[in-house]
Design a binder for this molecule. Structure first.
Ligand SMILES: Cc1cc2nc3c(=O)[nH]c(=O)nc-3n(C[C@H](O)[C@H](O)[C@H](O)COP(=O)(O)OP(=O)(O)OC[C@H]3O[C@@H](n4cnc5c(N)ncnc54)[C@H](O)[C@@H]3O)c2cc1C
Length: 449
């Protein structure tokens, strides 16, 4: 099939319109497209998913609290009232700086989209630090697919344990290991604990789900290190109270179907049998950074991020903006607020150029603070000079996350699901699709049987 060029689809009445291509429907891409609402430009947003994903709540999908629809509204629906945006589903495989085109692949074939300005916001993916062989046994948590896979593994592990008569194998099914003690790892470990201790406690006959062993591992020596030593120690103590074993200073050196092996600073190795391992240890920027580097002669940093100029553009290419998790600038953290503020900045820069106005000042990040939950009613907060933990931080977390969730309907159903899970014991989203019952060995051809 020959490549289709989206030029053919252009508004022929306004061929002079400036063409902005936005790559990615995440935090950076979506805000950039929205901020161009009143601009006299033609926007094409290309993303490999048909939805905008609110990644901070992925762990709640993975542990059965929320449904995927609540945190992943269709991008098309979000932008339905914005007439100057066209949304295309496609995996971007190339950006030609010379021809100013973006090439994407979909079931339909290859699509080539020309641009006058491009905003690259393709985010990051899970990194196994060169050990990609770990991936089938230790999925990361970056997408809806990952969250549903992990949910099936967790729920399926309890089912396996109930059926298992060999005590050693049963113990492996009842052992849950989370690698990485940053916010995602802590949230996952805390929620698996609450699931086993509260939600499932009276539902099985052979096993007692409260016996589940939950291990949180990190190569560094603190939990939630970026929150400071006091909150970090408090979070570790809270996790231990929830029954989570916290192993710090332990590097994962092997992962396979039967479990994982860690090594401490003295070289001592420990092997743990586990059927459910979750990787929350690292990310690497989208491979599109490499495509840009090869053509522009820049060097990516160790995490594959593009070093951008202070105005978020690619060196020597003022028409190319690289934002969010894909870029590096002044050591900014890989968080949603950076991506959103850069998306708004890039949209404004394009509009000022088109209006012939002076460029804006360099991008400067306004840090609104950081929050992470440890368990229900317990979170930690880093807001300006204030660092605090406990119930008030948890209420703040609740309000902030509701505020940033996209869509009124999603906010209402999320509040209901939170009430069911946090005030009550239930979890609404526990179904395991049959095809996911054995994720490591699942072969799609078997599913029809
Ligand atoms: C589990 C988890 C929890 C988090 N919790 C928090 C939190 O509590 N607070 C916080 O501030 N941040 C949090 N983050 C980080 C935050 O989500 C990211 O910093 C933010 O999403 C970055 O925005 P982005 O636009 O750069 O990338 P993303 O939001 O990741 O968006 C990337 C987009 O690009 C698309 N894409 C990727 N490759 C291609 C391609 N080749 N072709 C087409 N489309 C492509 C993707 O489908 C996606 O739509 C969390 C991240 C994770 C994974």
């Amino acid at each position: 099939m020959s490549p289709q060029t989206t030029e053919l689809l252009r508004d022929r009445r306004r061929p002079e319109l400036h063409r902005v291509v936005v790559i990615g429907s995440g935090f950076g891409g979506l805000i950039a497209a929205k901020k161009l609402k009143r601009a006299d430009v033609e926007v094409t947003l290309i993303s490999r998913t048909n939805h905008h994903l609110f990644q901070p709540l992925l762990y709640q999908v993975a542990t059965g609290i929320l449904s995927e629809g609540e945190i992943a509204p269709a991008t098309r629906e979000v932008l339905r009232r914005q007439g100057n945006v066209r949304v295309l589903l496609g995996d971007v495989t190339d950006i030609s700086l010379e021809n100013r085109t973006v090439t994407s692949q979909s079931n339909r074939g290859t699509t080539v989209t020309p641009y006058d300005s491009v905003i690259v916001a393709a985010g990051a993916k899970t990194s196994y630090f060169g050990n990609d062989g770990f991936a089938p046994f230790a999925p990361g948590l970056k997408s809806i697919d990952d969250a549903l896979d992990i949910r099936a593994r967790i729920m399926g592990a309890f089912e396996d344990a109930e059926l298992e008569t060999d005590p050693t194998k049963r113990a492996a099914s009842m052992t849950f290991v989370v690698v990485g003690a940053g916010a995602t790892g802590v949230e996952m470990a805390g929620q698996i604990s609450e699931l086993s201790r509260r939600t499932l406690r009276r539902e099985f006959r052979l096993i007692d789900p409260r016996d589940a062993r939950i291990v949180l591992i990190d190569a560094l020596d603190s939990v939630l290190g970026n929150f400071g030593s006091k909150l970090s120690a408090g979070a570790a103590a809270r996790l231990e109270k929830l029954g989570v074993e916290v192993w710090l200073g332990e590097k994962v050196v092997a992962v396979d179907e039967s479990g994982l092996t860690t090594e401490d600073s003295s070289g001592k190795r420990t092997t743990t049998a586990s059927k459910t391992i979750i990787w929350a240890a690292g990310v690497r920027a989208s491979a599109l950074g490499q495509t840009l580097a090869e053509q522009s002669g820049i060097t990516l940093d160790r995490a594959g991020r593009v070093p951008v100029r202070p105005d978020c553009t690619l060196p020597n290419h003022p028409e190319v903006f690289v934002i969010g998790d894909m870029m590096t600038l002044h050591d900014l953290p890989g968080v949603a607020q950076v991506a959103m503020q850069q998306g708004a900045y890039a949209a404004k820069a394009i509009q000022r150029r088109l209006a012939g106005r002076e460029p804006q000042k360099d991008f400067s990040y306004f840090d609104k603070g950081t929050l992470a939950t440890v368990s229900r009613f317990n979170a930690v907060a880093n807001v300006g000079p204030l660092r605090f933990g406990g119930f008030i931080a948890w209420v703040l977390w609740l309000v902030v996350h509701l505020m940033y969730l996209v869509g009124f309907k999603n906010r209402v159903t999320t509040v209901l699901h939170w009430a069911v899970s946090f005030v009550g014991r239930g979890r609404a989203e526990r179904a395991i699709p049959r095809a996911r019952l054995d994720p490591v060995h699942y072969e799609p051809a078997d599913a029809a049987a």
